[in-house]
Design a binder for this molecule. Structure first.
Ligand SMILES: Cc1cc2nc3c(=O)[nH]c(=O)nc-3n(C[C@H](O)[C@H](O)[C@H](O)COP(=O)(O)OP(=O)(O)OC[C@H]3O[C@@H](n4cnc5c(N)ncnc54)[C@H](O)[C@@H]3O)c2cc1C
Length: 522
């Protein structure tokens, strides 16, 4: 007689009861872990669940149709490529190999199921763009059709099927303070499956968008950033985050790692809490500055999930105005080609705007204030529909995170109805954030000989000054593409006019009720 294992104690995946014959044999089906925007093994519930359930296949699917989308680009893929190589090493240390498949997700699942049989599919919940939302629905249907359970786990403070925002913050705190999930030391692998090569960006991406200072991906690179931030750079976070002269080193630069999940947001939050505790205990030098900075940093980790929650609850925010009264205020047909091209190429004639855009093009990253100003300039001064400008910015951001991105894009365009219209004056921003013109001169060499008082308004130079400083406006550097004062006044009037329309207040209240932070921040 075969001794029957006690399932309560023995989680061994090797034996499965096979009905009619009444014997226990090895379960031939695989537990598939689908890695998405969670490219790590630590604090990874789906991997740990799968390991407890059976033989594991670690899967990453490169979906060519995704990489044809206008909000994707080669710089994002290059980062992911690094992450996949790093994930492969992490998995090998646990006894697993990483299976890469290139193709449509449902077709890949069908092929794997036919090749070897899938018992359960494990992944994190994803709040992506409309394309990944639809893809996940197709996967769900496929799983239901095949009788395969798809276990999706939370990986951040975002709650699927959220009914009310009332206790959202409390639930965020509760999730972030839970113990991190440590994977087992060794995981039983499923039989090796053929794996595809990781494609190069030129084989995959429509938008090549070369990046001169590409941010390295992978967990070791993420850790290095986290450590250098918490142990050194972070002290000046609060003071340094607004100016692009300081933000590149004062900000954590963790966004891309959080977007692709090489670090879990919970481990980042807990590491920062640990650092706060140490600072308080040690009475360190610059303690006050440190504590303010880390408090500000932790708020932003909170915002990270707060914004993604909005897209989770309202996926249409990627394509539709959040507040319906703003529908139609900006044309949905293609914007003026010369305006959008000048903006995206850093040739508007406004030095601080152009310097920020050129820096972003080169680095794949720019700080929050610069992002807000760039978006606001396109939406207000150029009166371009945010869909056009938002897609172009998404391509440029290595850290593209749809939930944060589309909500911020709408916020900086005045279409949420719940935020005051923030129209950045490009000259004032330049003077405030780059008073000596250092940043402008670095990114716009055409202006490098201009004195400080002219650097943010080079169009004020006389013909003589232009000659003297080696920059003829309209020839070496563009004439401003709009009158920024007049454009801002007109935009403000149009945006505020909408507030007077019937139903505006009711729609605003409904948005606040569904999506508003209960802390008075939205
Ligand atoms: C128009 C626009 C588009 C944006 N698009 C994105 C995007 O696609 N991906 C993205 O990660 N961020 C986006 N942001 C938010 C913000 O600019 C970046 O998160 C931040 O600059 C990233 O740098 P960091 O990692 O050094 O951030 P830090 O300042 O060090 O903050 C730590 C983390 O908190 C989160 N965070 C910071 N600021 C915000 C914010 N305002 N809202 C929500 N979360 C925040 C990020 O995850 C960030 O990594 C956008 C902002 C604007 C105005």
């Amino acid at each position: 007689m075969f001794g029957l294992p006690n399932r309560a104690y023995d989680l061994s995946p090797e034996l499965e009861f096979v009905g009619l014959k009444g014997v226990w044999v090895r379960n031939p089906l695989m537990e598939v872990v689908w890695f998405k925007r969670d490219l790590r093994t630590f604090d990874h519930a789906p991997l740990t669940n799968a390991a407890a359930a059976g033989e594991v296949l670690a899967l990453y699917v490169v979906e060519p149709d995704y990489w044809l989308l206008p909000d994707t680009s080669a710089r994002q893929w290059l980062f992911i490529k690094d992450c996949l190589n790093s994930l492969r090493s992490e998995l090998e240390a646990l006894g697993l190999s990483l299976t890469i498949r290139v193709g449509d997700m449902v077709a890949v699942l069908e092929a794997l199921h036919n090749e070897r049989g899938i018992c359960q599919l494990h992944s994190h919940q994803e709040t992506g763009n409309m394309w990944t939302f639809k893809r996940d629905k197709a996967v769900k249907h496929w799983c239901v059709d095949r009788g395969i359970r798809w276990r999706e786990e939370r990986q951040n403070g975002v709650i699927r099927g959220l009914k009310s925002r009332d206790d959202w913050s409390k639930r965020w705190d509760e999730f972030m303070s839970r113990p991190k999930i440590v994977p087992p030391k060794m995981i039983l692998p499923a039989d090796a499956m053929p794996s595809d090569r990781i494609p190069d960006p030129e084989e995959l991406c429509t938008n090549s968008l070369a990046c001169n200072e590409i941010q390295p991906g992978g967990r070791p690179a993420g850790f290095k950033l986290l450590e250098s931030f918490l142990m050194g750079r972070g002290a000046s976070y609060q003071k340094g985050m607004s100016s692009p002269n300081t933000a590149f080193s004062s900000c954590s630069r963790l966004s891309t790692h959080l977007s692709y999940g090489t670090l879990s947001i919970r481990e980042v939050f807990q590491a920062s809490m640990g650092r706060v505790k140490k600072l308080k205990e040690s009475g360190a030098v610059r303690q006050g500055e440190w504590l303010k900075s880390l408090g500000a940093f932790q708020s932003r980790l909170h915002w990270h999930c707060h914004f993604i929650q909005k897209l989770e609850s309202a996926p249409q925010f990627e394509v539709e105005n959040a507040h319906p009264s703003y529908i139609g205020i900006r044309s949905e047909s293609a914007p003026k080609k010369d305006h959008i091209e000048a903006w995206i190429n850093g040739r508007t004639g406004f030095p601080f705007i152009d310097a920020c855009m050129r820096a972003l093009r080169s680095a794949g990253w720019i700080n929050f204030r610069a992002r807000a100003m760039l978006q606001s300039f396109a939406s207000y001064h150029l009166w371009i529909h945010w869909r056009f400008s938002g897609v172009l910015l998404a391509q440029l951001f290595t850290d593209y995170e749809p939930g944060i991105h589309w909500n911020q894009v709408q916020m900086q365009s005045g279409t949420t109805g719940v935020n005051l219209a923030r129209i950045y004056n490009p000259v004032k921003q330049g003077r405030d954030q780059d008073p000596n013109g250092e940043f402008v001169k670095r990114w716009i060499p055409e202006l490098k000989r201009l004195p400080n008082e002219l650097i943010h308004e080079p169009w004020l130079m006389t013909a003589m000054e232009q000659k003297l400083h080696g920059c003829v406006i309209g020839k070496n550097y563009p004439t401003p593409i709009v009158d920024h004062i007049k454009a801002a006044q007109e935009a403000r009037a149009k945006i505020y006019q909408v507030r007077k329309t019937r139903g505006w207040i009711e729609s605003r209240d409904a948005i606040l009720e569904k999506h508003g932070s209960r802390k008075g921040k939205s």
